[in-house]
Design a binder for this molecule. Structure first.
Ligand code: FE
Length: 406
């Protein structure tokens, strides 16, 4: 006998990156896993005889739980002063003095774990309210061993509530800390020889990330970080080619990266290499919008080479103070011209793959984790169409209703 069954629902299963619609469907769960998905008419019996608990969804839609596969959710401080100053016409010097990433690093270093948990929980709650059941969280505002480990411990603790699965990425190579401003190679030594081994030893990171860009680290420095990750058997991902063409996409692919993210300036060789390596492209439309960037990522090339497209919030204080995954769907469609179906696949099956979780979640299929969201919508494209609406009617995590349908 199954633990529970959801009936009177329409499903967007997202199998193989398509809507995969099943109308008048049923979905059954046992031991936190999906055990049966299909048309209700094909059920092998009456729901009440098949499962201990029957949930009537009243014609709502069910999708896989949404996945935000790129966030910097844990930090202290804010970018609001720079935001306001820049709109008052402040010069670059004045903006730099207002803080930038240096002020976030200073405040994050000074914050206690409890303070970081409190501020990050508030951001996480807004994502969960929109049907998110899995989120990736990066370090990268500590930039020394103790503070990076503190950020990752906080990220791990956020996942222990059970309401959300958290995957962590160590992003020591995010920016240069104030004490190492003109010594990038020495800082990369520290990342590779001290920070990464300590993080790996404490099992605090599920992956290793870096910023390979004019505003970050060179291809050579990124290679060193990736070699150190490889030696510790940690998968890699990369902030690649956001502001400049440093062949970050090809570098990520060369290391079999789970994902290459941003990609505004990626070239065709890089896209081809990603396709061959199975590296997912993570598009970050909130950042593109907030920075009023001009060059969009090469979506046509990524499509024609068959690179899976994921979408994420890039939630961070400097360039994407965003905690709405549904807004990202809309921005991916309006700014990058994704179809609503591609956008939804970008926060479900392809986002799962970008976290190495493709076999376990991201679609509604028997055997996968029973993480799903219920929606008051008439068709799946509404999730990308509406601005500022939240039609989420409930979230089920490992088969348990976080907010049950009434
Ligand atoms: Fe980022």
């Amino acid at each position: 006998m199954w633990d529970s069954i959801w009936i009177n629902a329409h499903l967007a299963t997202l199998r193989e990156g398509k809507y995969g619609i099943v109308r008048r469907a049923a979905l059954a769960v046992a031991d936190g896993r999906i055990t049966w998905v299909g048309a209700r008419a094909d059920l092998p019996g009456e729901p009440a005889q098949l499962a201990r608990e029957v949930n009537d969804c009243d014609g709502r839609w069910i999708t896989p739980g949404l996945i935000d596969c790129h966030t910097h959710l844990v930090y202290a401080g804010s970018g609001v002063r720079e935001f306001e100053l820049s709109l008052q016409g402040a010069s670059d010097d004045e903006l730099a003095r207002a803080g930038g990433i240096a002020s976030i690093v200073r405040e994050t270093r000074e914050a206690s774990e409890m303070q970081l948990i409190k501020s990050a929980s508030a951001r996480l709650r807004r994502l969960l309210d929109e049907g998110v059941t899995t989120v990736e969280i990066k370090s990268g505002y500590g930039l020394d061993t103790a503070a990076e480990m503190k950020m990752l411990r906080v990220a791990r603790l956020l996942g222990e509530s059970g309401a959300v699965t958290v995957k962590t990425s160590f992003l020591g190579a995010h920016a240069l800390p104030p004490e190492n401003q003109d010594r990038a190679d020495a800082y990369v030594d520290l990342v590779c020889e001290e920070m990464l081994p300590a993080v790996a030893e404490a099992k605090l990171a599920d992956a290793v990330d870096a910023v390979c860009d004019s505003a970050g680290f060179s291809a050579q420095q990124t290679t060193r970080v990736f070699q150190a990750a490889e030696a510790l058997r940690l998968p890699v991902k990369l902030h690649a080619d956001q502001f400049s063409e440093l062949n970050g996409a090809a570098l990520a692919a060369c290391f079999g990266a789970l994902s290459a993210d941003h990609l505004e300036h990626a070239n065709e060789d890089g896209v081809q290499a990603m396709a061959e390596a199975g590296t997912v492209a993570v598009l970050l439309p909130g950042t593109f919008y907030f920075l009023r960037a001009k060059q969009a990522p090469p979506v046509g090339l990524l499509r024609s080479h068959g690179v899976p497209l994921a979408i994420a919030s890039d939630c961070n204080p400097g360039s994407s103070p965003a905690t709405s995954i549904l807004l990202m769907l809309n921005l991916a469609c309006t700014l990058f011209r994704l179809t609503p179906e591609e956008a939804l696949a970008g926060v479900t099956c392809h986002a799962a793959r970008a976290l190495g979780l493709g076999a376990d979640r991201g679609t509604l299929e028997a055997g996968k984790a029973a993480d799903f969201a219920l929606w008051d919508i008439g068709e799946p494209a509404e999730l990308a169409y509406a601005l500022g609406a939240n039609p989420c009617a409930g979230v089920v995590k490992r088969g348990i209703g976080v907010q049950r349908p009434d």
